[in-house]
Design a protein around this ligand. Sequence first.
Ligand SMILES: [Zn+2]
Length: 386
Amino acid sequence: METCDSIYIKKTNRRLIISKIFEKGMISRAELSKVAKLTKATISSQVANLLEDGLLVESYEVHNHIGRKPIMLSINQKAGYALGIDLDYQHITFIISDLMGSPVLTDHMEILTSNYDEIVDILIKRIKYYKDAYSQSSFGIVGVVIGIHGTVSKEEVINFVPSHNWKNKDLKGDIEKEVDLPIQLENNANLCSFAERVFMNHQSDNVLSISMYSGIGIGMIFKGELLKGSHGYAGEMGHMIIVPDGKPCNCGNLGCWGLYASEQSFFHQVNKHFLKRMTYEEIHQLIIVEDKIIMKQFEEFIKYLSIGLNNIVNILNPEILVLNSELLKLYPDAESKIKSHLKSSVSHYNELFISELGNKAAIMGACALAIKNFMGVSELRLRIER
Ligand SMILES: [Zn+2]
């Protein structure tokens, strides 16, 4: 009979082995034994189980020199699929990814309502549709993670979504009543930081990601885990006051950071000037011709962005600071211009990047989180197929 200890050790070893295969992509049993620091016998029996479960596949590595080709192991990436949902204001994006986090389908849906029941109904219908559509694969849809543009409690209840004016909504419970799949809710900015760690910053356990779209949200990976605070609401730094007696915010205060350094605030200013709804492409064209109004607006934007960044760096001392903004991606030398404002001899960070994942970070993080939950691993490393 197996003891509790031996079952626990087997489970731990299984998770470690899966993590290492994710990290390496393809690996032989001998190499796996080295990197996981497990005996060849343990690897052999665990891999046999994982192959039987359909989570791994074997293949022969192609190489030119003569000799025995080692059998390589990799994740059976088409054995199941993750569903990531970005529940934004006026639109919902759905991404299905395979088990290596590569998107296989993206759907975008306009929603012209904030009515909670109507939106729950839309979500349930869509999730059921995908569940059926992918039921032919061994595991089907393995999990659903929904990114929420607002605060989510540790119990995964929506606390507040400002754009829809939703308070205390049990979205997870309402969907799970109708759909037999694991559903998880997570704050959008948290999903961004998770994606940065899983897909991009493989070397750091301390990643701070700042999403700068309709407001400013912060997600922080600290010691390899999401830092959520006592109730789950940490990271609402968009409401840090940076201008005394400044613009009025919907939170009730004046001069919040998000009113000066979010993309929404930037577009608000330029739309007012050009008397129309400007697009990213139009702004890009104006940057190319160095339009005075746009360049001045960017200078202001970066100035206010840097005030908040200085404060955050002093509070959290992050190793990696990732700014998630499609606008900053358009602006030449944005990284060095921002860094030039962060010269305090007190505040420290190691690296600052503009996110390559951009506005897809949250939803890619959602897929990755569903995969992590399904695999039961504590550590997940995925690659982006370029
Ligand atoms: Zn505010």
